[in-house]
Design a protein around this ligand. Structure first.
Ligand SMILES: CC(C)(COP(=O)(O)OP(=O)(O)OC[C@H]1O[C@@H](n2cnc3c(N)ncnc32)[C@H](O)[C@@H]1OP(=O)(O)O)[C@@H](O)C(=O)NCCC(=O)NCCS
Length: 203
Protein backbone atom coordinates (compact mmCIF):
# COMPACT_ATOMS: atom_id res chain seq x y z
CA UNK A 1 0.00 0.00 0.00
CA UNK A 2 1.43 3.39 -0.95
CA UNK A 3 1.33 6.43 1.30
CA UNK A 4 -1.56 8.65 0.23
CA UNK A 5 -0.47 11.74 -1.73
CA UNK A 6 -1.36 15.14 -0.32
CA UNK A 7 -4.94 16.04 -1.12
CA UNK A 8 -3.62 19.11 -2.94
CA UNK A 9 -2.26 16.99 -5.81
CA UNK A 10 -4.46 17.57 -8.83
CA UNK A 11 -4.03 16.49 -12.43
CA UNK A 12 -4.48 19.32 -14.92
CA UNK A 13 -3.70 20.08 -18.56
CA UNK A 14 -0.07 21.19 -18.99
CA UNK A 15 0.37 24.92 -19.70
CA UNK A 16 3.26 26.69 -21.38
CA UNK A 17 4.37 28.22 -18.09
CA UNK A 18 4.71 24.69 -16.63
CA UNK A 19 7.47 23.83 -19.10
CA UNK A 20 10.48 24.94 -16.98
CA UNK A 21 9.34 22.79 -14.04
CA UNK A 22 8.45 19.92 -16.37
CA UNK A 23 11.90 20.14 -17.90
CA UNK A 24 13.56 19.98 -14.47
CA UNK A 25 11.74 16.68 -13.83
CA UNK A 26 12.54 15.49 -17.35
CA UNK A 27 16.28 16.09 -16.79
CA UNK A 28 16.15 14.36 -13.41
CA UNK A 29 14.37 11.36 -14.92
CA UNK A 30 15.79 10.58 -18.36
CA UNK A 31 19.27 10.09 -19.76
CA UNK A 32 18.20 11.67 -23.05
CA UNK A 33 15.77 14.41 -22.01
CA UNK A 34 13.53 16.24 -24.43
CA UNK A 35 14.56 19.90 -24.86
CA UNK A 36 12.13 22.56 -23.69
CA UNK A 37 11.21 23.49 -27.25
CA UNK A 38 9.88 19.98 -27.81
CA UNK A 39 7.34 20.45 -25.02
CA UNK A 40 6.47 23.90 -26.34
CA UNK A 41 5.94 22.51 -29.82
CA UNK A 42 3.78 19.73 -28.46
CA UNK A 43 1.56 22.20 -26.60
CA UNK A 44 1.35 24.78 -29.36
CA UNK A 45 1.35 22.78 -32.59
CA UNK A 46 0.41 19.17 -32.06
CA UNK A 47 -3.34 18.81 -32.11
CA UNK A 48 -2.96 15.06 -31.56
CA UNK A 49 -1.26 15.63 -28.23
CA UNK A 50 -2.63 15.78 -24.72
CA UNK A 51 -0.28 16.62 -21.85
CA UNK A 52 -1.08 16.75 -18.16
CA UNK A 53 0.77 17.80 -15.03
CA UNK A 54 0.39 16.71 -11.43
CA UNK A 55 0.29 19.89 -9.38
CA UNK A 56 0.83 20.09 -5.62
CA UNK A 57 -0.08 23.63 -4.69
CA UNK A 58 1.96 25.76 -7.09
CA UNK A 59 4.51 23.02 -7.77
CA UNK A 60 4.55 20.64 -10.69
CA UNK A 61 5.49 17.19 -9.34
CA UNK A 62 4.85 15.09 -12.44
CA UNK A 63 3.79 15.17 -16.04
CA UNK A 64 2.78 12.87 -18.84
CA UNK A 65 1.38 12.98 -22.29
CA UNK A 66 0.02 11.04 -25.20
CA UNK A 67 -0.70 11.22 -28.89
CA UNK A 68 -4.08 10.17 -30.19
CA UNK A 69 -3.27 8.10 -33.27
CA UNK A 70 -6.47 6.98 -35.02
CA UNK A 71 -7.88 4.50 -32.49
CA UNK A 72 -4.75 4.18 -30.37
CA UNK A 73 -3.42 6.42 -27.57
CA UNK A 74 0.38 6.42 -27.56
CA UNK A 75 1.90 7.57 -24.28
CA UNK A 76 4.88 9.71 -25.24
CA UNK A 77 6.41 10.73 -21.95
CA UNK A 78 5.70 10.19 -18.28
CA UNK A 79 7.65 11.09 -15.13
CA UNK A 80 7.32 12.03 -11.47
CA UNK A 81 9.76 14.26 -9.60
CA UNK A 82 12.17 12.07 -7.61
CA UNK A 83 11.04 13.50 -4.25
CA UNK A 84 7.38 12.77 -5.06
CA UNK A 85 7.70 9.17 -6.20
CA UNK A 86 5.97 6.20 -4.53
CA UNK A 87 3.08 8.37 -3.38
CA UNK A 88 0.57 7.47 -6.06
CA UNK A 89 1.27 10.50 -8.27
CA UNK A 90 2.16 8.31 -11.25
CA UNK A 91 -1.01 6.30 -10.77
CA UNK A 92 -3.14 9.43 -10.69
CA UNK A 93 -1.60 10.71 -13.90
CA UNK A 94 -1.93 7.37 -15.64
CA UNK A 95 -5.58 7.13 -14.66
CA UNK A 96 -6.17 10.55 -16.20
CA UNK A 97 -4.32 9.66 -19.42
CA UNK A 98 -6.37 6.46 -19.73
CA UNK A 99 -9.55 8.41 -19.03
CA UNK A 100 -8.68 10.94 -21.74
CA UNK A 101 -7.82 8.10 -24.12
CA UNK A 102 -11.13 6.35 -23.70
CA UNK A 103 -13.11 9.58 -23.77
CA UNK A 104 -11.82 10.47 -27.23
CA UNK A 105 -12.47 7.00 -28.59
CA UNK A 106 -9.08 5.29 -28.42
CA UNK A 107 -9.50 1.51 -28.38
CA UNK A 108 -6.21 0.84 -26.58
CA UNK A 109 -3.26 2.67 -25.02
CA UNK A 110 0.32 1.77 -25.87
CA UNK A 111 3.87 2.87 -25.07
CA UNK A 112 7.54 1.93 -25.19
CA UNK A 113 9.57 1.44 -22.03
CA UNK A 114 13.18 0.49 -21.47
CA UNK A 115 13.42 -3.18 -20.64
CA UNK A 116 15.49 -2.25 -17.56
CA UNK A 117 12.91 0.23 -16.21
CA UNK A 118 11.21 -2.04 -13.73
CA UNK A 119 9.40 0.67 -11.69
CA UNK A 120 7.67 1.93 -14.83
CA UNK A 121 6.96 -1.57 -16.09
CA UNK A 122 5.34 -2.49 -12.77
CA UNK A 123 3.21 0.65 -12.87
CA UNK A 124 2.01 -0.05 -16.40
CA UNK A 125 1.35 -3.71 -15.65
CA UNK A 126 -0.74 -2.70 -12.67
CA UNK A 127 -2.91 -0.68 -15.07
CA UNK A 128 -3.38 -3.48 -17.56
CA UNK A 129 -0.52 -2.89 -20.01
CA UNK A 130 1.01 -6.10 -21.27
CA UNK A 131 4.22 -6.72 -23.28
CA UNK A 132 3.39 -7.19 -26.95
CA UNK A 133 6.78 -6.85 -28.59
CA UNK A 134 10.32 -5.49 -28.50
CA UNK A 135 11.97 -2.72 -30.51
CA UNK A 136 15.63 -3.78 -30.58
CA UNK A 137 18.19 -1.05 -29.74
CA UNK A 138 15.43 1.57 -29.66
CA UNK A 139 17.21 3.90 -27.23
CA UNK A 140 20.17 5.43 -28.97
CA UNK A 141 22.00 6.57 -25.82
CA UNK A 142 22.82 2.99 -24.77
CA UNK A 143 21.23 0.86 -27.52
CA UNK A 144 18.80 -0.59 -25.03
CA UNK A 145 15.74 -2.45 -26.29
CA UNK A 146 12.27 -1.01 -25.83
CA UNK A 147 9.48 -3.18 -24.58
CA UNK A 148 6.19 -2.33 -26.31
CA UNK A 149 3.32 -2.49 -23.82
CA UNK A 150 -0.34 -2.19 -24.74
CA UNK A 151 -3.59 -2.34 -22.80
CA UNK A 152 -6.55 -4.48 -23.60
CA UNK A 153 -9.56 -2.74 -25.08
CA UNK A 154 -10.17 0.31 -22.89
CA UNK A 155 -13.93 -0.25 -23.10
CA UNK A 156 -13.67 -3.90 -22.10
CA UNK A 157 -15.14 -5.19 -18.89
CA UNK A 158 -11.66 -6.25 -17.75
CA UNK A 159 -10.06 -2.81 -18.24
CA UNK A 160 -13.02 -0.87 -16.87
CA UNK A 161 -13.15 -3.14 -13.85
CA UNK A 162 -9.41 -2.81 -13.27
CA UNK A 163 -9.53 0.98 -13.48
CA UNK A 164 -12.56 1.21 -11.22
CA UNK A 165 -10.90 -1.02 -8.62
CA UNK A 166 -7.60 0.84 -8.72
CA UNK A 167 -9.33 4.24 -8.58
CA UNK A 168 -11.28 3.16 -5.54
CA UNK A 169 -8.10 1.87 -3.86
CA UNK A 170 -6.18 5.03 -4.68
CA UNK A 171 -8.81 7.56 -3.74
CA UNK A 172 -10.52 5.57 -1.05
CA UNK A 173 -13.94 6.37 -2.43
CA UNK A 174 -16.28 5.58 -5.28
CA UNK A 175 -15.63 4.22 -8.74
CA UNK A 176 -13.57 6.49 -10.92
CA UNK A 177 -13.08 9.07 -8.19
CA UNK A 178 -10.44 11.47 -9.42
CA UNK A 179 -9.53 15.05 -8.81
CA UNK A 180 -8.72 16.45 -12.20
CA UNK A 181 -9.25 19.67 -14.04
CA UNK A 182 -11.39 17.78 -16.55
CA UNK A 183 -13.64 16.55 -13.76
CA UNK A 184 -14.02 20.07 -12.50
CA UNK A 185 -14.82 21.22 -16.04
CA UNK A 186 -17.33 18.39 -16.25
CA UNK A 187 -15.77 16.42 -19.09
CA UNK A 188 -12.79 15.50 -21.19
CA UNK A 189 -10.87 17.76 -23.50
CA UNK A 190 -12.18 16.82 -26.94
CA UNK A 191 -9.97 18.84 -29.31
CA UNK A 192 -9.66 17.28 -32.72
CA UNK A 193 -6.37 15.63 -33.68
CA UNK A 194 -3.68 16.94 -36.04
CA UNK A 195 -0.12 16.05 -36.91
CA UNK A 196 2.41 14.76 -34.32
CA UNK A 197 6.08 15.59 -34.18
CA UNK A 198 8.43 12.66 -34.66
CA UNK A 199 10.76 11.24 -32.05
CA UNK A 200 11.16 8.60 -29.43
CA UNK A 201 8.49 7.97 -26.89
CA UNK A 202 8.86 7.27 -23.21
CA UNK A 203 11.84 5.47 -21.86
C1 LIG B 1 7.84 5.22 -13.10
C2 LIG B 1 7.38 6.42 -12.29
C3 LIG B 1 6.63 7.40 -13.20
C4 LIG B 1 6.40 5.93 -11.20
O1 LIG B 1 5.82 7.05 -10.57
P1 LIG B 1 5.40 7.01 -9.05
O2 LIG B 1 4.59 8.23 -8.77
O3 LIG B 1 6.58 6.78 -8.19
O4 LIG B 1 4.48 5.72 -9.01
P2 LIG B 1 3.32 5.40 -7.98
O5 LIG B 1 3.69 5.84 -6.61
O6 LIG B 1 2.03 5.89 -8.54
O7 LIG B 1 3.40 3.79 -8.00
C5 LIG B 1 2.38 3.01 -8.54
C6 LIG B 1 2.87 1.62 -8.88
O8 LIG B 1 4.01 1.68 -9.74
C7 LIG B 1 4.92 0.60 -9.42
N1 LIG B 1 6.16 1.19 -8.93
C8 LIG B 1 6.46 2.50 -8.82
N2 LIG B 1 7.73 2.65 -8.39
C9 LIG B 1 8.23 1.42 -8.23
C10 LIG B 1 9.50 0.92 -7.82
N3 LIG B 1 10.50 1.76 -7.47
N4 LIG B 1 9.69 -0.40 -7.80
C11 LIG B 1 8.70 -1.27 -8.15
N5 LIG B 1 7.47 -0.85 -8.53
C12 LIG B 1 7.24 0.47 -8.58
C13 LIG B 1 4.20 -0.22 -8.38
O9 LIG B 1 3.40 -1.16 -9.06
C14 LIG B 1 3.32 0.81 -7.71
O10 LIG B 1 2.20 0.25 -7.10
P3 LIG B 1 2.30 -0.27 -5.54
O11 LIG B 1 2.58 0.96 -4.74
O12 LIG B 1 0.94 -0.85 -5.29
O13 LIG B 1 3.42 -1.25 -5.49
C15 LIG B 1 8.57 7.11 -11.59
O14 LIG B 1 9.36 6.14 -10.95
C16 LIG B 1 9.45 7.90 -12.54
O15 LIG B 1 9.18 9.08 -12.82
N6 LIG B 1 10.54 7.28 -13.03
C17 LIG B 1 11.49 7.97 -13.94
C18 LIG B 1 10.88 8.29 -15.27
C19 LIG B 1 10.34 7.07 -15.95
O16 LIG B 1 10.91 5.99 -15.89
N7 LIG B 1 9.19 7.25 -16.61
C20 LIG B 1 8.53 6.19 -17.32
C21 LIG B 1 9.11 6.06 -18.68
S1 LIG B 1 8.41 4.70 -19.56
Amino acid sequence: MVARPPVTVVIEPMRADDIPAVHDIERASFSAPWPTYAFRQELESNRLARYVVAREGDHVVGYGGLWLMVDEAHITTFAVAPASRRQGVGERMLLELLRISESVGAAVATLEVRVSNLPARRLYEKYGFRPVGVRPRYYTDNNEDALIMTTGELSSREMRGRIARLSAELFGSGVGATDTAADRRGGADQRSPGVPRGGEAVG
